[in-house]
Write a protein that binds this ligand. Structure first.
Ligand SMILES: [Zn+2]
Length: 112
């Protein structure tokens, strides 16, 4: 059974809208706030850009902190990762809102 996008959409919160830019919070299905992603859809002079901001964490659970300090000292970086988990409905909402947001900011830019 195909899922229809919801309005309001589960898991995708609009945070701000400025006509030529929109900002959304994509929440993680697990409920942990620091897994959430911030998604910006913005029209510039010649195109529309989408930027996703995340808070990445080192995989501190798999090694000791000294391992990470050592890796930073010897290699100049620490591996980090992040995840946002979505159920089917949220994924459909996300895809639909992203497509709509790109169209909206583009329409706003062209109208100027
Ligand atoms: Zn999560």
């Amino acid at each position: 059974m195909a899922l229809k996008p919801e309005k309001p959409a589960t898991g995708i919160l609009i945070k701000n809208t400025w006509g030529d830019a929109k900002r959304y919070q994509v929440v993680c299905d697990c409920g942990q706030g620091d897994h959430d992603h911030d998604v910006w859809v913005e029209a510039n002079e010649c195109d529309v850009g989408v930027e996703i901001y995340v808070t990445a964490k080192s995989n501190f659970w798999s090694r000791t902190r000294w391992h990470h300090v050592w890796q930073l000292l010897t290699q100049g970086y620490v591996r980090c990762e992040t995840v946002v988990s979505m159920n089917r409905q949220q994924a459909v909402n996300y895809a639909t809102i992203l497509k709509q947001a790109v169209e909206d900011v583009e329409k706003f830019r062209k109208a100027r």
